[in-house]
Design a binder for this molecule. Structure first.
Ligand code: ATP
Length: 354
């Protein structure tokens, strides 16, 4: 028996006038997990977070938190802390005042609790400062301390790192992850940054157009995308248009590839393959193609090559080749080389509606 989910969403629909932002979304969130809502701008991830928070109530559907139906309860009656992209600190209150805002403790206990929280977010001793004296990253850490102050059961983060510069973002990413590990608090973070989701989440909820396309671990989402949209949205991917020739074979331009395709013969499909899965030194030459390296881009541990393959016409294949391989084989632009597209790494999606 799996334990009851900490948060359960059932049939959540949200409409704004004639526009449907969420279409009957259902989701179970486990106690203690770190979940990311990932998707392009406008897919509904912030709306879903605001429904959970009670800030923007759903048009239809149910929200249950720790076994309680909170669907119609105001935000204050739900047990969560929230952090927004814009920090949203009170500028006229000190850091101490901001963090203590939701606390109802006696003076000494409050002082101790605020200091404990500030130490936890890496800002010990800064209670007397004002938000205006802090950097963006520091303000966001104060916002995090404020959200955690009443020890809520759920932490909601709405693009908390988007407004920060790259270095601070990386640092805070690790800090939020560490905090989560230490406190074990069920956490939901909205992001449009796939790298953020892949590095931070226990599970990722990929949203598109008001629906959930896939829920899975970062490895699932990356290795086993459930839809053409997820395959295209997360990570670099070759998206090769083709037609099912017969079961188990797909015709791509002038090539016939062996792959696992369920679609009926004649169906238009997209064959997906990660650039790092294009094999140059293949143990078995399945789906062997003769390619010519057109360009090569140095990216540190690997080179990203654009490959021309004659039967594919204008379509180019992207291959990530490790720096060692490039050195060993002395690869460079203009070089001809055989490559293999391993059958088990090819994912095939029907192109219909895409
Ligand atoms: P972003 O990363 O751009 O915030 P998102 O996935 O979080 O994207 P939402 O903010 O959830 O997207 O918005 C989903 C859709 O609902 C969008 O098309 C948006 O224009 C629409 N929407 C959101 N809030 C409102 C509102 N108050 N009134 C009308 N439409 C809204």
């Amino acid at each position: 028996m799996s334990p009851l989910p900490y948060l359960r969403l059932t049939g959540i629909t949200k409409t704004y006038g004639g526009f449907t932002a969420l279409k009957s979304v259902s989701l179970d969130v486990r106690r203690g997990e770190f979940l990311c809502f990932l998707g392009p701008s406008g897919c509904g991830k912030t709306t879903l977070l605001r429904v959970i928070a009670g800030l923007d109530p759903q048009t239809e559907g149910r929200v249950e938190l720790d076994g309680r139906d909170v669907s119609r309860l105001p935000p204050s009656a739900r047990d969560y802390g929230i952090v927004f992209q814009s920090y949203a600190l009170f500028p006229n209150l000190s850091v101490h005042g901001n963090v203590a805002y939701g606390l109802k403790l006696k003076r000494d206990a409050e002082r101790a609790r605020v200091e404990e929280l500030l130490a936890m977010v890496g800002l010990p001793g800064s209670g007397a400062k004002f938000p205006g004296q802090l950097s963006g990253g520091q303000q966001q850490r104060v916002a995090l301390a404020r959200a955690l102050a009443p020890a809520p059961g759920l932490l909601l983060l709405d693009e908390p790192l988007s407004a920060l510069d790259a270095r601070v973002r990386l640092h805070l990413r690790r800090q939020i992850r560490d905090l989560h590990q230490r406190l074990g608090i069920t956490t939901i973070m909205v992001t449009h940054d796939q790298e953020e989701a892949l590095t931070m989440a226990d599970r990722i909820v990929v949203m598109n157009n008001g629906v959930i396309d896939q829920v899975g671990t970062p490895d699932d989402i990356y290795r086993r995308p459930a839809s053409r949209f997820v395959a295209d949205f997360v990570g670099a991917m070759n998206m090769l248009p083709g037609v099912v020739a017969e079961t188990g074979r797909v015709r791509l331009g002038g090539l016939d590839l062996e792959c696992e395709a369920d679609a009926v013969p004649g169906a238009a499909v997209t064959v997906c393959l990660r650039p790092e899965d294009v094999q140059v030194r293949a143990p078995a030459w399945v789906n062997r193609l003769d390619a010519v390296i057109e360009t090569m881009e140095f990216l540190g541990p690997f080179h990203r090559a654009r490959l021309a393959v004659e039967p594919l016409g204008e379509q180019r294949l992207t291959a990530d080749l490790s720096a060692n391989l490039v050195r060993d084989l002395d690869l460079g632009a203009g070089r001809r080389l055989p490559v293999s597209l391993p059958r088990e790494r090819l994912r095939v999606f029907e192109a219909a509606g895409a």
